[in-house]
Design a protein around this ligand. Structure first.
Ligand SMILES: C[S@@+](CC[C@H](N)C(=O)[O-])C[C@H]1O[C@@H](n2cnc3c(N)ncnc32)[C@H](O)[C@@H]1O
Length: 221
């Protein structure tokens, strides 16, 4: 039996996504943390993401939208839906991606998604699952929610900063503990093996690769 996160725990995962955080997102996340702490850079994630993006794409946990904006889509006019619990993130990403006229949906990804069944060919969960509360088993509810809105041949992909089963040094381990203590992240006990099992239990096939402190996953319906 899986216990689900409380509303307070879920809201803790978006507490830092305020205007100041969004303004400093690029140097903070894609500069300092990507290069010096997690050892997994933005170009590495962009090239991963571009393999799977479709023209009916749902992005969950959108940050400031910069990463998705850097990616090339299969066509010039993709149909993009952005979903995030934070109105600040959602607004920033919608502005960054305005050239695509995305649909913006404010919702908690741990709850059933307020979207049409089978309406997406790709769903991205980039660097967001470590912001969700609970164990990997509890967080895996997001995969069940994705499966309900994913087309039969669709793909779910993403990456997660992990606490276990990846490379850490004293600095990344120290920051990981601090961020977990402040509840910016909940991932000290998240392991690559647990992710693998959660995907195995739900998808027809999947793969997981590790780069630095980050696990990349791809799973097919
Ligand atoms: C670290 S950011 C990742 C942003 C983006 N994917 C990127 O790589 O730049 C995590 C995002 O997940 C969102 N988020 C956290 N908890 C959420 C939840 N329960 N439901 C939906 N979005 C959530 C945050 O508001 C934030 O925009």
């Amino acid at each position: 039996m899986v216990d689900f996160a409380t509303e307070e725990e879920v809201l803790a995962g978006i507490q830092w996504f305020n205007r100041l955080f969004i303004l400093t997102y690029k140097p903070n996340i894609w500069g300092f943390h990507a290069h010096l702490i997690w050892h997994c850079t933005k170009p590495r994630i962009v090239s991963f993401e571009e393999q799977y993006l479709s023209d009916r794409h749902l992005d969950i946990g959108v940050g400031n939208g910069e990463l998705l904006s850097t990616c090339r889509f299969p066509s010039a006019r993709p149909n993009i839906t952005l979903l995030d619990l934070s109105p600040v993130s959602l607004g920033a990403a919608a502005r960054t991606l305005a050239r695509y006229q995305p649909r913006a949906v404010q919702a908690d990804c741990l709850q059933p998604l307020p979207l049409e069944p089978a309406s997406f060919d790709s769903i991205g969960l980039i660097h967001m699952i470590h912001c969700l509360p609970g164990t990997m088993e509890q967080k895996a509810v997001v995969f069940d929610n994705c499966l309900r809105v994913l087309a039969p041949d669709g793909v779910v992909f993403g990456c997660i900063i992990m606490g276990q089963g990846v490379r850490h040094n004293w600095l990344s381990r120290g920051l990981l503990r601090a961020y977990n203590w402040r509840r910016i992240m909940t991932n000290l006990n998240d392991s690559v093996d647990d992710l693998d099992q959660a995907l195995e239990a739900r998808f027809s096939r999947h793969k997981v690769d590790v780069v630095g402190s980050v696990a990349f996953f791809t799973a097919w319906a």
